[in-house]
Design a binder for this molecule. Structure first.
Ligand code: ACO
Ligand code: KIV
Length: 517
C-alpha cells in the first residue's frame, strides 16, 4: 500500500504486547497475549507489535504464537541494532501472514554518550548495516530513532535518510521520554518529511509516551505534521506513564474529523471490550475517569448535566457510548442530582408519584445522598416504599436521642408528632431498640405485642441503609411496618411507628377513641 494512495489513512500500530507489557507488573501469559492479539486483530489494528523476541524464550514463543494466530494484521517483533536481535525477530515474525521487523537505535546526544557510547558517525554506520540486514530478511522493515525528540534535527535527518536508503519502509520518530509538546512535535515531523531525500517512500510513525500527559496530543500533532502511523496501546499501558492510548487516538480522529481529516480502519465498537480484556490480562485496573473506556466516561452525576442529557444527549456527550461498545449512558444518582434525574429514575424503577409524594421523596433522597457516598437503586426503592407506606401516618418521629452504655442504662428520649401535636417522652429498656419501642408505647398509651423485629442492609457497606421490619399484634389484629434509614435505630423507630399507624387505620374510629383516651 503506497503512502500516496492512502494519504489520509492513519495506520494503527498497537504495542500493548511489547511496550504495554513494559509497564511494571503488567506481564502477560502466552494465553493472555493470544487473547489480546485476537481482540486487536478483530478490531482492525493494522500492525501488532507482539514482543521483543531476543528478550527471552517466552517472548520469542509469544511472538511466534501471535504471528501464527493473527489473520489480518501485520505482526512485528522489536530488535535492537544488533545482528542477533534482528535474526531472532525475523525467525519469529516469518510465521505471520504479514511480518515486519522493527529495529531501533538511539540517536540523541545523551543516549549516544551514555547508553550506546558511540559517535554520530558510528550510529550512521550501524543504521545502514542493521536496516540492510533486516531488509535482506523481510520486505517490511520499520526503523526507530530512539529518543528522536531530543535529537538535533540535522543529525536526525541524516539518520532517517540512511535508514530509508538501507531499505526501511516505515520510519518511527519516538518521543521516548515524553518530552515533546504538540507544536514542536508537528514541526519535527513536517521538517523531516519535507526535507529528507526519499522521505516520500516511507510511512512516518509517531510513538509517544505520556510523561507530561501529552502522548495523545503529540500523536495527533504528528499526524498533522505528516505521520500516517500511530503507535499506541490499549488503556495507554506502557513504560513509566504509558503510551498514547489507542482508544483516545482513534476516537479523537473520528470525533474531530472536521479539523483532523484523517481516518483509521478501527472498528470502534470493539474498544470497550478490548480495554476490559487488556485490563484483565495485564492485571491493570482502568482509572474510573479514563477517557473513552473508563467507568465514568459516559456517567453523569450532576443535576444540570443529567437534565441536559434527558433532554438531548448531545448536550453533554460528544460521542455515543454505543460507538465505543458501551451499552448505555448512566445517570448516577447522588448528592448533585436534581429533580429531572430523580423523576426519570423513579420512572425506570416503576414509580409514579403525585406532586407532594414526589417532593417529599426528593427531599429525603437529597438528605440520604448527603450522608451516603453511593445511592443505589435499592436505596431509592427502599426510600420511596417507605415514603409511600407512611403517607397519612398520624404519628410521626420528630426527633430521637438514644443513650446506651455497656452494662448500664439504655434510654430513648423521643419527640413524636401525634395528629400534628408534638409530645416528648423518655423510657428505658434492656437495649437501645427495647428503649425506643418502650418510649413509643408510653407516648401512644397502647401496648401492642411485638410479633417480629428484623433488620437488613439495603445494600452492602457500613454506610448502607438499614431496612427495619416490625410486626405488631393488638386485640387479634396483626400489622406490619417497614422503614429504611442509614441509622439502624432510626429505621427501627420508624418501622415501629409505621406498623402502629397501620394498626390505627385498621382500627378506625375505635383507635381514635383509644388515643384520645
Ligand atoms: C524505549 C524502549 O522501550 S526500548 C525497549 C525496551 N525494552 C526492553 O528492554 C525489554 C527487553 N529487554 C531485555 O530483555 C534485555 O534488556 C535484553 C535481552 C534486550 C538485553 O539484555 P542484556 O544483554 O543483559 O543488556 P542490558 O539490558 O543490561 O543492557 C542493554 C544493552 O543493550 C544496548 N542497547 C540498548 N539499545 C540498543 C540498541 N537499540 N541497539 C543496540 N544496542 C542497544 C545497551 O547499550 C546495553 O549494552 P551494553 O551492555 O553493551 O552496555
Ligand atoms: C523502541 C522504541 C520504539 C520505543 O519504544 C521508544 O522509543 O519509546
Amino acid at each position: 500500500m503506497s503512502a500516496e494512495s492512502n494519504k489520509d489513512r492513519v495506520f494503527i500500530f498497537d504495542t500493548t504486547l511489547r511496550d504495554g507489557e513494559q509497564s511494571p507488573g503488567a506481564t502477560m501469559t502466552l494465553e493472555e497475549k493470544l487473547q489480546v492479539a485476537e481482540a486487536l486483530d478483530e478490531m482492525g489494528v493494522d500492525i501488532i507489535e507482539a514482543g521483543f523476541p531476543i528478550a527471552s524464550n517466552g517472548d520469542f514463543e509469544a511472538v511466534v504464537a501471535v504471528a501464527k494466530q493473527v489473520k489480518r494484521a501485520t505482526v512485528t517483533g522489536l530488535a535492537r541494532a544488533i545482528t542477533a536481535d534482528i535474526d531472532r525477530a525475523a525467525e519469529a515474525v516469518r510465521h505471520a501472514k504479514k511480518g515486519r521487523i522493527h529495529t531501533f537505535v538511539s540517536t540523541s546526544p545523551i543516549h549516544l554518550a551514555h547508553q550506546m557510547k558511540k559517535t554520530e558517525d558510528e550510529v550512521i554506520e550501524i543504521i545502514a548495516r542493521t536496516v540492510a540486514q533486516a531488509r535482506n530478511l523481510i520486505d517490511d522493515v520499520e526503523w526507530s530513532a530512539m529518543d528522536a525528540t531530543r535529537t538535533p534535527l540535522e543529525f536526525l535527518k541524516r539518520c532517517v535518510e540512511t535508514a530509508i536508503k538501507a531499505g526501511a519502509t516505515t520510519i518511527n520518530l519516538p518521543d521516548t521520554v515524553g518530552y515533546a509538546v504538540p507544536d514542536e512535535h508537528e514541526a519535527m515531523f513536517r521538517t523531516i518529511i519535507t526535507s529528507v531525500p526519499g522521505a516520500d517512500k516511507a510511512i512516518f510513525s509517531a510513538h509517544c509516551h505520556n510523561d507530561l500527559g501529552l502522548a495523545v496530543a503529540n500523536s495527533l500533532a504528528a499526524v498533522r505534521g505528516g505521520a500516517r502511523q500511530v503507535e499506541c496501546t490499549i488503556n495507554g499501558l506502557g513504560e513509566r506513564a504509558g503510551n498514547a492510548a489507542l482508544e483516545e487516538v482513534v476516537m479523537a480522529l473520528r470525533t474531530r474529523a472536521d479539523i483532523l481529516p484523517y481516518h483509521t480502519e478501527i472498528e470502534t465498537t470493539h474498544l470497550a471490550r478490548a480495554s476490559k480484556i487488556v485490563s484483565a490480562a495485564a492485571n491493570f485496573p482502568v482509572q474510573y475517569n479514563k477517557a473513552i473506556v473508563g467507568k465514568n466516561a459516559f456517567a453523569h452525576e450532576s443535576g444540570i448535566h443529567q437534565d441536559g442529557m434527558l433532554k438531548n444527549a448531545e448536550t453533554y456527550e460528544i460521542m455515543t457510548p454505543a460507538s465505543v461498545g458501551i451499552k448505555e449512558t448512566t445517570l448516577v444518582m447522588g448528592k448533585h442530582s436534581g429533580r429531572a434525574a430523580f423523576k426519570d429514575k423513579l420512572k425506570e424503577l416503576g414509580y409514579e408519584l403525585g406532586d407532594n409524594a414526589f417532593q417529599e421523596a426528593f427531599v429525603r433522597f437529597k438528605d440520604l445522598a448527603d450522608r451516603k457516598k453511593h445511592v443505589y437503586d435499592a436505596d431509592i426503592v427502599a426510600l420511596v416504599d417507605d415514603e409511600v407506606g407512611s403517607v397519612g401516618d398520624r404519628i410521626k418521629l420528630v426527633d430521637m436521642e438514644v443513650v446506651s452504655k455497656t452494662g448500664g442504662v439504655h434510654k430513648a428520649n423521643m419527640t413524636l408528632s401525634i395528629d400534628g401535636e408534638e409530645s416528648s417522652v423518655s423510657y428505658e429498656g434492656t437495649g437501645s431498640v427495647d428503649a425506643i419501642f418502650n418510649a413509643i408505647k408510653q407516648a401512644v398509651g397502647q401496648q401492642p405485642h411485638l410479633v417480629l423485629y428484623a433488620v437488613d442492609g439495603v445494600t452492602g457497606g457500613t454506610d448502607a441503609q438499614a431496612s427495619a421490619h416490625v410486626r405488631l399484634e393488638l386485640n387479634g389484629r396483626i400489622v406490619s411496618g417497614n422503614a429504611a434509614e442509614p441509622d439502624t435505630l432510626v429505621a427501627s423507630a420508624r418501622a415501629y411507628l409505621n406498623a402502629y399507624n397501620r394498626l390505627l387505620i385498621e382500627r378506625g374510629a375505635a383507635a381514635q377513641g383509644a388515643m384520645a383516651g
